[in-house]
Design a protein around this ligand. Structure first.
Ligand code: NI
Length: 226
């Protein structure tokens, strides 16, 4: 399942993040790529010792934590600290790749990357190219979202960022382990959750709605791991 979350960041957060990135220094993006991915990765990234990184990460994590749609779709168990990248000039693309299955958290533990997300930070009219193309069983889907909006997708999918031929594309990307490992199970829960939300607003907490809500939680209890 691929879903987009419009305006994850509010205007104030977006302005703050852009201001911090304007003074950041960029390194070769291959620092966080695996062997296969490193061959096709040609972008720039904030290094781990960049002094603005903790504040940038905090703003983004706060925005994620207040977003109910993100929670319903991702059912996040562990979210790895977000990275920030830049596509411009000669470092302008990231060819087709699959994200590594396991990544190390700052505390040394491993996190399984069930889901990946890209948060767009540049105005889409300010650069040419730079689409995030994600393949799933229904074909290839291209995303070039408004600044502050996010796309969430299975990290198991083949994806790429097409060359930025003009302007600059700033983004953040992150990985997470979901409480529900299986993409189809996660999707069923998400669809049920959204339908229940609609029923609650249209017909209220009827007996059937309460029972179905129970079924949602019992499915989650069956499938979730923590
Ligand atoms: Ni990737």
């Amino acid at each position: 399942m691929i879903i987009t979350i419009e305006q994850l960041l509010n205007d104030e957060e977006l302005i703050h993040i852009r201001a911090l990135l304007a003074h950041a220094s960029w390194s070769d993006g291959r620092i966080t790529a695996g062997t296969q991915a490193a061959l096709t990765k040609n972008n720039q990234q904030l290094s781990d010792n960049e002094k603005q990184l903790p504040v940038l990460r905090q703003i983004l994590m706060q925005a994620l934590s207040r977003n109910a749609l993100f929670f319903a779709a991702a059912l996040p168990l562990k979210i790895l600290p977000p990275f920030f990248n830049r596509y411009a000039g000669i470092s302008n693309t990231y060819g087709a790749h699959v994200d590594g299955a396991m990544r190390q958290a700052p505390d040394g533990s491993y996190v399984r990357t069930d889901l990946a997300a890209t948060l767009f930070l540049s105005d889409p009219t300010s650069y040419v190219g730079g689409e995030l193309e994600i393949e799933d069983t229904f074909g290839s889907h291209a995303f070039k979202l408004a600044a502050g909006s996010l796309v969430l997708y299975p990290a198991s999918s083949v994806h790429q960022v097409t060359p930025v031929t003009q302007g600059e594309r700033l983004a953040s990307f992150l990985f997470m382990q979901s409480m529900v490992r299986d993409d189809m199970q996660r999707r069923l829960l998400y669809e049920m959750d959204m339908a229940l939300l609609e029923l609650r607003t249209t017909i209220g907490e009827t007996e059937a709605v309460v029972k179905l809500t129970g079924t949602y939680h019992n499915l989650l209890r069956q499938w979730a791991e923590s």
